[in-house]
Ligand binder design. Structure first.
Ligand code: ASP
Ligand code: MG
Length: 411
């Protein structure tokens, strides 16, 4: 029998009516002859509420207990959906991560899946049973403790389970009907894409598109899981196909730029008058790396006096204060004059595998942004994307400008 994984996010299971609606989507696929494993998130807002409890209990809480608390949201929805399915005469049972088991690393709060056994779920299929799996959670086998996969981790649970049970497809149901060329709330002309290449989706997710957890796209890419993003708000009897994430060979009409992503989650740090000598970059970025702080865009200005230079880079906002504190601590060793920081910045990125074979794509953007009077603070490029850092106030204008520049506006 063909096999399917269906994943439903927090808004799709936000209350009992929505859960019953999810059950109708599941019933449609069961009736169509699929063996179905459903992966659910917690009800929307639930995980935030649980995290707030933990933080209230202690700012410096035990990470293992954090996982014990926040994993519970998915336990609730998995049980409720199993009951809702049973009410529709569909045999179903819930599965917690440890029961399957979904084994992970011990990085509490951001664990990585290491292995998943599919045999129990498959035995359930043989007995005619739908598996309802609590997303986001796993177990670290040697300590036996619960783990969670990081925010948005249910997407990764779903794709990894699809790979483990050899599913023909993984459908990620959410509150939008697919992946868009950019955020439709910012650009009403944004278009839904029929297909996106794994690599493009990986960049889009990493660069700010919120639709899928980055890690889930990596897993889909490695295991070649045919993944659809589609809407749970559709009428269960009249579903739309959504967006297929697939190999680039499966995309017929290739655009040069496929999407524009943006992230307000960036902070800029500039060190003024840093000594211009070998080893300085290591002195700056070494301690940041030791503290697990990822540095993204880096620009070093060529010095005009041969003695000092200015160095600018970005970190995610959550690491900003920590990064500043570390650099201040190492001020004498690094030997810089002043540290300046800014959080009122946004990173705008254009993504497309067509960039590999077309020159001058980024140059057009620099010109278009300049024509609108938008100043670029930093630039990075790679094979299939480029990013610019600009003032946050210009987010909408810049996204719109690039979206129409690359012909992405809907007709
Ligand atoms: N409930 C978790 C979160 O809010 C996991 C998920 O929804 O994917 O991050
Ligand atoms: Mg999500």
């Amino acid at each position: 029998m063909p096999r399917l994984v269906m994943k439903f996010g927090g808004t799709s299971v936000a209350n009992m009516d929505r859960i019953r609606n999810v059950a109708r989507h599941v019933k449609r696929e069961v009736d169509a002859g699929f063996e179905v494993a459903v992966v659910v998130s917690a009800m929307s807002g639930k995980t935030n509420e649980l995290i707030a409890f933990v933080e209230d209990a202690s700012k410096l809480h035990d990470k293992g207990e954090y996982d014990a608390v926040v994993a519970s949201g998915e336990q609730i929805t998995s049980g409720l959906l199993a009951i809702a399915l049973q009410e529709m005469s569909i045999p179903a049972r819930s599965w917690q991560g440890w029961q399957i088991p979904i084994e992970t690393s011990d990085a509490h709060g951001a664990a990585r899946i290491e292995s998943i056994r599919g045999d129990k779920i498959i035995a359930g299929f043989t007995a005619g049973q739908v598996a309802v799996v609590a997303g986001f959670q796993g177990i670290h086998s040697s300590t036996g403790r619960l783990t969670t996969l990081g925010r948005g981790g249910s997407d990764t649970s779903a794709v990894a389970i699809a790979a483990a049970i050899g599913a023909d497809r993984c459908d990620i149901y959410t509150d939008v009907d697919g992946v868009y060329t950019t955020d439709p709330r910012i650009v009403p002309q944004a278009r839904r894409l029929d297909r996106v290449a794994f690599e493009e989706m990986l960049e889009m997710a990493s660069l700010g598109a919120k639709v899928l957890q980055v890690r889930s796209v990596e897993v889909a890419m490695v295991h070649k899981v045919k993944t659809f993003v589609r809407s749970s708000l559709d009428d269960p009897d009249d579903p739309k196909p959504g967006t297929l994430i697939c190999d680039e060979e499966d995309i017929l009409e290739q655009q040069v730029v496929t999407g524009i992503a943006f992230s307000k989650d960036e902070a800029q740090i500039t060190l003024r008058r840093v000594a211009d000598k070998p080893g300085v970059a290591a002195l700056i970025f070494g301690p940041l790396a030791d503290a697990n702080i990822n540095v993204d865009m880096i620009i070093q200005v060529v010095s005009n006096d041969q003695k000092t230079t200015d160095l600018t880079f970005t970190v995610v906002t959550a690491d900003f204060e920590r990064a500043k504190a570390i650099l201040e601590k190492h001020k004498d060793g690094i030997a810089y004059e002043t540290l300046q920081g800014a959080t009122d910045v946004v990173k705008i990125s254009a993504i497309g595998i067509g960039m590999r074979s077309h020159a001058g794509i980024a140059a057009r953007a620099f010109k278009a942004l300049a024509d609108k009077g938008i100043n670029i603070r930093a630039i990075t490029t790679s094979e299939i994307k480029f990013s610019v850092l600009i003032d946050k106030d210009y987010t909408e204008l810049a996204v719109r400008t690039l979206h129409s520049l690359y012909g992405l506006d809907k007709a």
